[in-house]
Design a protein around this ligand. Structure first.
Ligand code: COA
Length: 260
């Protein structure tokens, strides 16, 4: 598939997806959301992809939000449909991907941009990054999971304040809040993110997929994370990676996981 708004490239087990609408600060229009869905789906199905990094083009923005020009005249039903379709195609889709997704936040991550970063499995920010959910300043609320994922990540009180004030926080504050795991210089952001990706790649991809499923289960309504962990733990015992990992340890050699 040819993309108009994103770039997706795969080298040495790493797929990097770059949102590429710099003239609109990488704002997420419908076409970009569809392209991102396709790129994430393709990367997950590609056995050579062990980790995905999502970032934005340029030095100014990761994503400055959903594209406001597309929904300014929507009705109640259209608004609800926009949120549910977006969550299914991109935000929940990314959060539940079996391949690890790292958001490398290279500038503004606002509204849908921060929601996309929060849907990723964890986040790394450059020191110029600014994050916020400014939706109430537009008369709307976050609709791509922001009211749920922000309190999960930084606590209810801080999330309430960020959403109510529509304010932005800088990278150091985001780090202090636990919203991002690391802060780097702008120049080092991708290299640092790639280093973490290569650490992940050394491990069993099927075990990592089970870990993602178990961790996410604890945040799902009606699911018991401990029960999910028991099931996923059991599943690991049927994998080739488990045989390889335990044999390698006992034979005092480095494991070479086939990812099966
Ligand atoms: N949707 C649509 N277009 C957007 C956008 C968005 N979320 N964010 C930025 N853009 C567009 C601007 O309209 C402008 O387009 P134009 O040159 O055709 O007029 C272009 O991107 C550059 O943005 P601009 O506002 O001129 O840059 P800035 O440096 O002055 O300000 C921001 C940067 C991020 C503070 C500002 O763009 C902004 O507040 N964006 C909206 C953030 C938001 O509310 N997001 C949540 C949406 S639900």
């Amino acid at each position: 598939m040819n993309f108009n708004n994103i770039i997706s490239e795969t080298t040495k087990g790493l797929t990097t997806i770059i949102i590429n609408r710099p003239s609109k600060l990488n704002a997420l229009n419908e076409e970009t959301i569809n392209e991102l869905h396709h790129a994430f789906k393709t990367a997950e199905q590609d056995r050579n992809t062990k980790v995905i990094i999502i970032t934005g083009t340029g030095e100014k923005a990761f994503v400055a939000g959903a594209d406001i020009s597309e929904f300014a005249d929507f009705s109640v039903a259209e608004g609800e449909n926009l949120a549910s379709k977006g969550q299914a195609l991109l935000f929940d889709f990314v959060a539940n991907l079996s391949t690890p997704v790292i958001a490398a936040i290279n500038g503004f991550a606002l509204g849908g941009g921060l929601e996309l970063a929060m849907a990723a499995h964890f986040r790394i920010a450059s020191d110029n990054a600014k994050m916020g959910l400014p939706e109430v300043s537009l008369g709307v609320i976050p609709g791509y999971g922001g009211t749920q994922r922000l309190p999960q990540l930084i606590g209810k009180g801080r999330a309430m304040e960020m959403i109510m004030t529509a304010g932005m926080i800088d990278a150091d504050t985001a780090h202090k809040f636990g919203l991002v795991n690391h802060v780097t210089t702008q120049e080092e952001l991708m290299e640092f993110s790639q280093k973490i990706a290569s650490k992940i790649m050394r491990n069993s991809s099927v075990a990592i997929a089970s870990a993602i499923a178990a961790i996410n289960a604890g945040f799902e309504e009606g699911e018991n994370g401990f029960d999910a962990e028991v099931i996923q733990f059991g599943i690991c015992f049927g994998t080739v990676d488990f045989k390889e990992g335990t044999s390698a340890f006992l034979e005092k050699r480095r494991a070479d996981f086939p990812g099966e």
